[in-house]
Ligand binder design. Structure first.
Ligand code: NAI
Ligand code: MG
Length: 501
């Protein structure tokens, strides 16, 4: 039965898992609530899948793996394009579900859903364009590789960009001939379930795409540990990423991990300060700071620090925080009580180890039951302070001064994370010199991060391994088969003696 949204009541019904092309409750009959973070009220009950449900979904995906592998690439691409059309037709409902379940304000959720077809189309286009290579070997032989799908791939999704992160890994997986089992985050299952309906309507064979809802420690861990899962793509916390990598190691599954960050926004002395403030604010207030690439450490050159802070204060005063369905909202709530408790605890820690420069409190006029935290900025922050080294995942930034490039590079690189950086200035030599020296997976110069299907995204150090998106992501969903053909009669192939084995 299809998931139905009652927009005015802010509730949904018929949230069911999608296994082997059928809608189903959890085998054990359990459910859990998913809530509207604007109010704390329950939107729907969602099936609480466990290892037995994961077993069924993986079995369904495994049963279809070979058929899907040998389905013509052009057919797989056509289905992804049909799915893109379905997403466009259903964009309004998908965006409302996403806004309600995840706390993205509605206009942002509409933008995000509106962009989903770009990912589906980009990876549909790759289906028949990537392949192996031919290799020059000694002798009268032909040697070449095939890029083959892995088989069953698992996709463990976080709650910050639920549909986008699902699509950015499932689209290449499906395009390249893998079958998928998705485990959405327990806070945000609804858009994945609606998307599954569209997958079915688009005409994908049953079993190629499956969704098991449930908690991380139950459904998520069972999926990562399943011996028939050949590849796992995960976005989320570094801690959970490490656990998933350990589970994957037990059955030698390939992992792609996009993990935590503590990313710098660097203001050079020649930066346009109005633009720098705008980018900095986007950097730590987008989705209330619940973004892997959030620019939560503001490195501002000493010559412009006072002027920057004055402009920052004025800009933060204008930020409209509130219910995601109210007109003009620019920043919504945090995802959950758990995240609210984490962020407010870090603000208390910050008060003890630095100077609270801005905010730190609950924004006026927000729903008592919602998980709202206002924009918060700390100054006088020691490099070793917890608020300067640990991922907070809320609208909280720390300001750090700098004078020389060496000092800046050392401070930026002094982190267990290495996901991303934004550099703002005019002297391109200085900007590119810093860009080369910092240990991060992505650098944006004079821009804020705009996620795109065609550019690789991922981190150095404990921010992850492998890359989502771009041509680089092909490696997450393929494995190499080498084929060699001897073109001489076997008896004449005298180079055996000269071969090392
Ligand atoms: P998490 O990393 O635990 O959750 C992400 C996903 O992993 C969810 O689907 C969850 O059910 C699943 N999961 C949890 N434990 C698992 C396990 N043992 N085995 C398999 N799957 C498991 O993140 P959580 O607890 O929701 O948030 C905690 C912190 O993680 C945040 O405060 C933030 O710092 C970070 N985070 C980072 C994200 C990013 O985009 N890099 C996204 C979400 C959270
Ligand atoms: Mg929710």
């Amino acid at each position: 039965m299809s998931l139905t949204l009652d927009s005015s009541a802010r509730t949904a019904e018929h949230a069911q898992m999608f296994i082997g092309g059928s809608w189903t409750a959890a085998g054990a009959g359990q459910t859990f609530p998913t809530v509207d973070p604007n109010t704390g009220r329950t939107i729907a009950q969602v099936p609480r899948g466990d290892s037995s449900d994961v077993d069924k979904a993986v079995a369904a995906a495994k049963e279809k793996a070979v058929e899907w592998q040998f389905t013509d690439a052009i057919v797989r691409a056509g289905l992804l394009r049909e799915l893109a059309a379905k997403v466009t037709e259903n964009a309004d409902e998908l965006a409302r579900l996403e806004a309600l379940d995840s706390g993205h304000y509605l206009a942002k959720a509409q933008e995000l859903v509106g962009a989903i077809p770009l990912w589906l189309d980009y990876f549909a286009s790759l289906a028949d364009k990537v392949g192996g290579r031919t290799i020059e070997v000694p002798g009268n032989k032909l040697s070449f590789t095939l890029l083959e799908p892995l088989g069953v791939t698992a996709h463990i999704i976080p709650w910050n960009y639920p549909l986008l992160i699902l699509v950015r890994s499932c689209a290449p997986a499906l395009a390249l001939g893998n079958t998928c089992v998705v485990k959405p985050a327990e806070d945000t299952s609804l858009s994945a379930l609606k998307f599954a309906e569209l997958v079915k309507e688009a005409g994908f064979p049953d079993g190629v795409f499956n969704v098991v809802t449930g908690y991380g420690a139950e459904a998520g861990a069972a999926l990562a540990a399943h011996p028939d899962v050949a590849g796992i793509t995960f976005t989320g916390s570094t801690e959970t990423g490490k656990q998933i990598a350990k589970l994957a190691a037990d059955h030698v599954a390939q992992v792609t991990l996009e993990l935590g960050g503590k990313s710098p926004t660097v203001v050079f002395p020649d930066a346009d300060l109005d633009e720098a403030v705008e980018v900095a604010v986007q950097g730590f207030l987008s989705h209330a700071g619940q973004v892997c690439v959030a620019g939560t450490k503001l490195f501002v050159h000493a010559d412009v620090k006072d002027a920057f802070l004055a402009k920052l204060t004025a800009r933060l005063d204008e930020t409209r925080v509130g219910d995601g369905f109210a007109d003009g909202t620019q920043m919504g709530p945090l995802i959950s009580q758990k995240q609210y408790d984490k962020v407010t605890e870090y603000i208390e820690i910050g008060k003890g180890e630095a100077t609270l420069f801005y905010g730190g409190d609950r924004p006026a006029g927000t729903d008592e039951g919602g998980f709202f935290v206002g924009p918060t900025v700390f100054t006088d922050v020691a490099p070793s302070a917890r608020i300067a080294t640990e991922e907070i995942f809320g609208p909280v930034a720390s300001v750090h001064g700098w004078t020389t490039e060496d000092e800046l590079v050392e401070a930026v690189n002094d982190s267990i994370y290495g996901l991303f950086a934004v550099l703002l200035g005019k002297d391109i030599t200085a900007l590119l010199s810093t860009a080369r020296r910092i240990q991060v997976g992505g650098v944006m110069i004079n821009d804020w991060f705009g996620e795109l299907p065609m550019t690789p995204h991922g981190g150095h150090k404990q921010s992850g391994t492998g890359r989502d998106e771009g041509l680089e992501s092909v490696h997450n969903y393929t494995q190499v088969k080498h084929i060699a053909i001897n073109l001489d009669p076997l008896r004449a192939a005298t180079d055996w003696a000269g071969a090392p084995l």
